[in-house]
Ligand binder design. Structure first.
Ligand code: V55
Ligand code: FE
Length: 487
């Protein structure tokens, strides 16, 4: 018996869909560019069974991978659950056996010791393989044509961390991947294992170090010379897990730390800089300029997630849960542990931003992300009472001039994370397409938006229409046809 009727947040457009899908030759409004060949792969979640506890985090949702496969202007859609041991155990039991977010003490005794990961965060194409990523476990390998789950992957036994980040960085110059796991030696350990994996998928470096306190190390910055490691606000302990709580609580008294380690350095070479209460969940880009290391990121003043409550019992503050694009500058010659912070744009943005990945770790100019423009129209009569709460624009933020150009999605839609697709054959930064999923509340369906990244004001060049609601994505990636063995 499956009953979602008591889940107040899973209604209307946000109700679980609970089916696997194949749509061939999707309906298109406009014209899909014929120079886009590959796939837009999205990973997010759909609850197979309702959460066991009402205060569980939405990040516990079962992983669901889906892709828009592009071939010469024709687009096919495919969606599959990620078939984790947890999915299989729940399906066999016909109920949710797993408890609070990253807390095995709250699980049904029948699943003790089972890998309890939900693979719901980021899809990755690397060394010719497709993976799903969730920061509490190893990557899961996926068949890129069928989207069926193959299983956990540890890079020929050379990747020793028990966990793998949802935000590995691929150096566009060398093709190598810089990746890591935190709580790497097991639940509630303060170990981070940092790896370099070459483009053939061979581990070439491992560095093990400790964080100042165990926290959510969700994303890092990469430069040509350094790795930048933000640590902030979220705390956890074996005691709180044994009390049956979600893995993270927010501690506003904790300083944020940023670790900087040379890419060819050892654990002793890491330097920890210290700052005020902040949350750098996602980064945009990093670079090293002489003795300075620079990170740009959409940074929150405090806890972005209401479902990871304050440890002191104080209420979640929506005002402080807004991200601004900021620049942090770290002086490697400084004698103290301080760093500078600048706000680059005086407006709130979605923290799920993107740069042209061909410029990752290098000097760059453009950041892309979604935001809410309250001046734009919203059709409440057709799309519901969501005025001011929809991401109705994608912005291209020019860090050189401070100017912004914008794509507006229309008065019944909200945009999910932006993705940048470089134009084939060009290398000019920002030359390509901006793509992303729109939720059309009036039509109760999902639409894939494709716009020219250099002409955002012109609107989309194509919309790929799904005749249903697709699962909400956490992160999506464009995977070019030469990156994976597509049929
Ligand atoms: C994040 C998302 C997660 C997670 C931890 O956005 C951090 C940050 C979707 O799951 O498990
Ligand atoms: Fe993320």
């Amino acid at each position: 018996m499956v009953d979602f009727s008591h889940q107040p947040t899973m209604k209307g457009f946000f109700a679980p869909t609970r089916f696997e899908a194949d749509v061939y030759d999707c309906e298109v409004i406009g014209k899909v560019p014929t120079d886009m060949n590959g796939a837009f792969v999205r990973l997010g979640g759909d609850w197979l069974y309702p959460p066991k506890f009402s205060d569980d985090a939405p990040f516990s949702v079962d992983g669901y991978i889906n892709m828009f496969r592009f071939k010469n202007g024709i687009v096919d859609y495919k969606g599959r659950w990620v078939k984790t041991p947890r999915y299989k155990a729940d399906l066999a039991a016909h109920k949710q056996l797993f408890g609070e977010y990253r807390n095995p003490f709250t699980d049904d005794p029948s699943v003790k010791g089972l890998d309890r990961t939900v693979q719901n965060t980021t899809p990755l194409a690397f060394a010719g393989k497709l993976f799903t990523l969730k920061e509490d476990s190893l990557p899961y390998e996926i068949n890129c044509n069928t989207l069926e789950t193959i299983g956990p992957y540890n890079f020929h036994g050379k990747y020793k961390s028990l966990t793998f980040t949802a935000h590995p960085k691929v150096d566009p110059v060398t093709g190598e991947m810089i990746c890591y796991g935190y709580e790497a030696a097991g639940l509630e350990t303060n170990d981070v294992y940092l790896y370099t994996i070459n483009k053939k998928g061979e581990v070439t470096r491992e560095v093990r170090f400790k964080v100042p306190y165990i926290s959510m190390v969700h994303d890092i910055g990469l430069t040509q010379k350094h790795v930048i490691i933000p640590v902030f606000g979220f705390v956890t302990s074996m005691e709180r897990l044994k009390e049956g709580k979600v893995h993270w609580g927010w501690d506003s008294t904790r300083p944020s730390y940023v670790g900087i380690i040379p890419r060819d350095g050892e654990a002793k070479d890491i330097r920890w800089f210290k700052g005020p209460e902040r949350a750098t969940v996602h980064t945009l880009n990093g670079r090293t300029e002489g003795d300075k290391v620079i990170l740009e990121a959409p940074i929150f003043d405090s806890n972005p997630f209401p479902f990871f409550p304050s440890v002191d019992g104080s209420p979640w503050d929506a005002q402080k849960a807004r991200a601004y694009i900021r620049r942090n500058t770290f002086d490697l010659n400084s004698k103290d542990d301080g760093f500078t912070e600048e706000k680059l744009f005086e407006m709130n943005v979605s923290d799920l931003g993107r740069v042209d990945d061909r410029y990752l770790s290098l000097p760059y100019r453009y950041a892309f992300t979604a935001y809410t423009d309250r001046e734009r129209p919203f059709d409440q009569w057709r799309a519901g009472n969501l005025q001011g709460r929809v991401s109705n624009c994608y912005g291209r933020f020019d860090l050189a001039t401070g100017k912004k150009s914008s794509y507006f999605v229309g008065d019944t839609c909200s945009l999910q994370e932006v993705c940048f697709v470089p134009r084939k054959g060009s290398s000019e930064e920002g030359d390509g397409y901006v793509i992303g999923m729109a939720s059309n509340y009036a039509e109760m369906r999902s639409e894939l938006i494709i716009a020219d990244a250099q002409r955002l004001e012109d609107g989309d060049v194509a919309r790929v229409i799904l005749p249903f609601r697709s699962t909400a994505q956490v992160h999506g990636r464009w995977m070019d046809e030469d990156q994976l063995p597509f049929a």
